[in-house]
Unconditional design. Structure first.
Length: 219
């Protein structure tokens, strides 16, 4: 079975790198809307068998419940990689043959994007990677089996995942997808996202904040 997994930290302290242009309250609200867009994309997938959010944020639990998405609760978070590997073990106990991980801050991802990755999941001992825009981060990773390599999210994670998979002689596919690649961490990311109007909850939230026009001046 094909499982989806979205790791989410405590969003009350989210997106520190957006501090120059957004207050913490606005950063948190924006983070929840980005997450909602990602969850909706997973919910609409035709090929996913089950989707989980792994988190300790109670408000994330509420959002997931509203969308009918199950939650793997954490009592503490030791980092994104530890959260993903813990949740992956839970997925495997529930019968997952592969697990697709996408972060909750890639609001342009669509259900078709997710299915385009899952339809290529046809080989055991394989890894599928979608890099970030700078091709240093990992914005999506599908592992078959789910524990074929450990998670190494953070600086230069794309290269780390790629090298680990090759060192273990796993089949590797690299997919470049501009929607998944755009995760919003910095003012420049937000400016790029806002430069192309769209129907996401994230864009609507930015409009309600009244900052779309202001982003045009952000460097």
């Amino acid at each position: 079975m094909k499982f989806g997994l979205i790791p989410v930290k405590d969003l009350s302290k989210a997106k520190e790198r957006l501090k120059p242009i957004l207050s913490q309250d606005k950063r948190t609200d924006l983070a929840y809307m980005m997450l909602k867009d990602v969850l909706i994309a997973f919910k609409g997938s035709k090929l996913i068998d089950k989707t989980f959010v792994v988190t300790l944020d109670p408000d994330v639990v509420i959002i997931a419940a509203e969308l009918g998405i199950d939650v793997i609760d954490e009592s503490e978070q030791l980092g994104e990689s530890a959260s993903v590997d813990y949740a992956t073990s839970v997925c495997m106990r529930q019968g997952a043959s592969s697990v697709l991980v996408i972060p909750g801050d890639a609001p342009l991802v669509t259900s078709d994007d997710i299915d385009s990755i899952l339809e290529k999941d046809n080989l055991i001992n394989s890894v599928i990677l979608v890099p970030s825009r700078d091709e240093m981060g990992t914005n999506a990773i599908l592992r078959n089996p789910p524990d074929s390599i450990k998670s190494q999210f953070g600086h230069n994670s794309f290269i780390k995942h790629l090298e680990d998979a090759r060192n273990k002689s796993l089949s590797v596919k690299i997919i470049k997808n501009p929607r998944i690649a755009l995760d919003i961490d910095e003012p420049g990311d937000l400016k790029l996202f806002a430069s192309k109007p769209n129907n996401t909850n994230t864009y609507k939230e930015l409009e309600s904040m009244g900052i779309i026009s202001n982003l045009a001046t952000v460097k």
